[in-house]
Design a protein around this ligand. Structure first.
Ligand SMILES: NC(=O)c1ccc[n+]([C@@H]2O[C@H](COP(=O)([O-])OP(=O)(O)OC[C@H]3O[C@@H](n4cnc5c(N)ncnc54)[C@H](OP(=O)(O)O)[C@@H]3O)[C@@H](O)[C@H]2O)c1
Length: 320
C-alpha cells in the first residue's frame, strides 16, 4: 500500500484521518511541529498495526517546509517509505490575538494556512504516483453567502500580497476571523487553480478541496479564552449553531471523510471539486462565488510563487 503524507495528522480532524488511513492499510507520514505529540500518536498508530514515520515541519516557516520536502524526497528515494499516494494539506488554524508575522515576515495565518501548504505542494507534486491526490482542508467560513461565512464575518479580497502584509503599513490589520476565513477562501482557490494546471499539463493527479464542517471539540479554538472554548464545545451551543444553519460535524466523521477523499476509489473523479462533511454525510457542494474566479486564482498562484521565492529549479514542470 502506498504512503500518505498528512500535515497536522496528530490532532483533531487529522488524527481521526490518520486512524482511518491506518485502518485502510495505508502507510502514514505525520508532518508537524510537535515531535513529542507526533511520537505519541505514531506509537498509537503502530499499536493499531500501522506503518508510521514522522517529519518535522513548521508550516509557518518557508525554510522548514523546504527542509521537510527535501527529507521526504530522500525517504522516497531510499525506499524508507512506500511511494507517495496522497498529500493531505490539513494543518492550519486561526490565530487570535494581535496580528503576528512568520519568520519570513508574512502574517501568521496566511503564512501557515496558505503559503506553507502552497510551497509544500509545489515541491512535492512530482513525487506523487500516477493518479495521486492532494486534498486541501478548507472551511465553510470561506463563503460569505452561507451561515458559516456570515457567522465569522465575511472575507477580504483574496490577494496574496495584501494578505501577507496586513497591518504592516501601520493600517488596521484584518480581524483574526477575517484572516482565517480569507485564508480558507485562498485554500479553495489554490485547490481549483492546481486542478486547472494539472489538467492543462495532462497530469492524472487530483486536487480536491474539503470543508470538514464546524467541530468545536478539536484544539482549533485554542487561541480563544478558555471559557469561550468550553462554551463552544457545549451541547446547547452546538444545538444553537445547528439551528443557525452552521455546517456541523464531528472529528471522527470528518477525519474519516478526509481519509476517503485521499484514497477511496469512489473519489477517483473528485479533482476540482469541493466536498463538505455535514452531519454524517460527505457530498460535493458549490463553494463561494468568488472561489471560481480564474483570474484572481491565477494571480494568487503567481503572487504566492513570488512570496515563497520559488526558484526555476523548484518549479514543478506539471504546474508551469
Ligand atoms: N475544527 C473546526 O471547526 C474546523 C472547521 C473548518 C476547518 N477546520 C480546519 O481543519 C484543519 C484541522 O483543524 P482541527 O480542527 O483538527 O484543529 P487542531 O486539532 O488544532 O489541528 C490543527 C493542526 O494544525 C497544526 N498546525 C498549526 N499550525 C502549524 C504550523 N505552523 N506548523 C505545523 N503544523 C501546524 C497543529 O499542530 P500543533 O499541534 O503543533 O499546533 C494541529 O496538528 C485546519 O486546517 C482547520 O483550519 C477546522
Amino acid at each position: 500500500m502506498p504512503s500518505v503524507l498528512i500535515t497536522g495528522g496528530h490532532s483533531g480532524i487529522g488524527l481521526a484521518a490518520s486512524r482511518e488511513l491506518v485502518a485502510k492499510g495505508a502507510e502514514i507520514v505525520l508532518a508537524g511541529r510537535s515531535p513529542e505529540r507526533m511520537g505519541e500518536v505514531a506509537d498509537e498508530l503502530r499499536s493499531r498495526g500501522g506503518s508510521v514515520s514522522t517529519l518535522a515541519l513548521d508550516m509557518s516557516s518557508l525554510s522548514s517546509v523546504r527542509e521537510a520536502a527535501a527529507q521526504l524526497k530522500s525517504m522516497l528515494a531510499e525506499g524508507t517509505i512506500a511511494p507517495l499516494e496522497a498529500i493531505l494539506c490539513n494543518a492550519g488554524g486561526r490565530f487570535d490575538g494581535d496580528v503576528s508575522y512568520s519568520p519570513d515576515g508574512y502574517e501568521t495565518t496566511f503564512a501557515t494556512n496558505c503559503l506553507g501548504n502552497f510551497l509544500l505542494v509545489e515541491l512535492l507534486v512530482p513525487q506523487l504516483v500516477d493518479e495521486g491526490r492532494i486534498v486541501f482542508t478548507a472551511s465553510g467560513t470561506h463563503d460569505p453567502d452561507t451561515p458559516d461565512g456570515r457567522y465569522i464575518g465575511g472575507v477580504a479580497e483574496p490577494d496574496a500580497l495584501t494578505l501577507a502584509a496586513t497591518g504592516k503599513d501601520g493600517s488596521k490589520p484584518l480581524s483574526a476571523s477575517k484572516r482565517y476565513a480569507t485564508s480558507k477562501l485562498c485554500t479553495v482557490m489554490y485547490a481549483y487553480e492546481l486542478d486547472r494546471r494539472l489538467r492543462r499539463s495532462g497530469s492524472s493527479i487530483a486536487s480536491i478541496a474539503f470543508d470538514p464542517g464546524a467541530i468545536p471539540d478539536t484544539a482549533f479554538l485554542r487561541g480563544m479564552p478558555r471559557p469561550v472554548q468550553v462554551l463552544a464545545a457545549s451541547s446547547p451551543m452546538k444545538w444553537l449553531q445547528k439551528r443557525m444553519g452552521i455546517t456541523m460535524s464531528t472529528a471522527d466523521f470528518s477525519g474519516a471523510s478526509l481519509a476517503e477523499l485521499a484514497v477511496d476509489p469512489r473519489f477517483a473523479d473528485a479533482s476540482g471539486k469541493y466536498f463538505q462533511a455535514k452531519e454524517g454525510t460527505l457530498t460535493a457542494v458549490p463553494s463561494a462565488k468568488l472561489s471560481y474566479d480564474e483570474q484572481r486564482a491565477a494571480k494568487l498562484w503567481e503572487d504566492s510563487r513570488r512570496l515563497v521565492h520559488l526558484s526555476t529549479e523548484e518549479e514543478a514542470p506539471v504546474l508551469r
